[in-house]
Design a protein around this ligand. Sequence first.
Ligand code: GTP
Length: 370
Amino acid sequence: MLTAVILVGGEGTRLRPLTTRTPKPMLPLVDRPLLAYTFEHLAKHGVGRAVLSCGYLPTQIEAHFGASHEGMEVEYRVEESPLGTAGGIRYGAEGRIDGTFLGMNGDSLRMSDIGGLIAFHRAKQALATLLLTPVDDPSRFGLVRTAADGLVTGFLEKPRPEEIDTNLINAGLYVLEPEVLDLVPPGKPLSIERDVFPRLVEQGRLYGLAQPGYWLDVGTPESYLQAHRDVLDRTADTAVGELLGDDFLSIDPTATVAPGAHIVPPAFIGPGAVIEAGARVGSRTVIGAGAHVGADCVLEDAVIGARVRLGRGTHVHGALVGEDATLGEGCSVRALAVVGPGARIGDANMLDAGLKIGAGAEIAARTLAF
Ligand code: GTP
């Protein structure tokens, strides 16, 4: 049975304050946790067992996915202290692996051909094979250099423009032989990307295969919003996208949309949500379960968490509002601003330019001025 060790132990610092109460793999992406998309992908490709290598806020993950999900057995190993990406894979794999297995980050969306990757790995007799993905702007990423046969020849961490001779990056999914774990001393924090793979390059046993499928690393407010857009408009091929159907719209039957409210697809309105008259929701907007969108609100390219309350005439554009937050009337939240879960924002505040409001914070009316 093919096993995947999935790294889900990170603190997700770049997504704070959304990750203050919720580990990144459990952040909702449209109607289900981000990690559910990884399970969907693995199940499609015949993976029979997932071992989750947990650290930060592990109980929410186990409570949601339980002992099996999407037909896969699911096991949990919780680190006492963070072991890094290599230590985390070793810790998850110990005692559970007797042959080729997968190691992967649990915070990406990807549509790869896992069978093709494993066949390539076997043909090359590699110790480890990386899924590589081409990117449009290589200057923003660490790059992976390969020879024509896929042998990895080196890594370029922060490439200077004149050094860039490839557009391939590590997509965070690896086919691994158990021997790779011997390079990771037990109980010691180590990075698979920075500490282990360079040693395999020296041994000439690390390969990489570029595949064209969809890939997105969800690590920042920007990429988290992008993930919502890509699921809603079906750039990423997911079960949620299918639910939206040909009109790219899902309004839960228990939601209430007042006459005179406008919903512009693609959009997703969760169970029990209320949209009042004169509000305009969409395009590219998700309204979480039980959220209340006041009259004349305008929401575009917005992610509104469960049970959020938005007062009359509040605008959210290209921004994220965490669950249970409350915004008064006439607020404007835009340009990658993030409202933390449970925050209370009074009337007529403007949150702009990536401003982050902490979980549970209180901001009085008219404090952040227009
Ligand atoms: P940032 O703090 O914002 O960088 O996010 P992160 O903690 O998720 O780190 P990063 O995106 O680099 O992590 C890649 C993947 O590895 C994610 O799925 C993390 O959950 C996971 N991860 C990172 N560090 C550890 C660790 O020490 N142990 C385990 N088990 N998983 C980890």
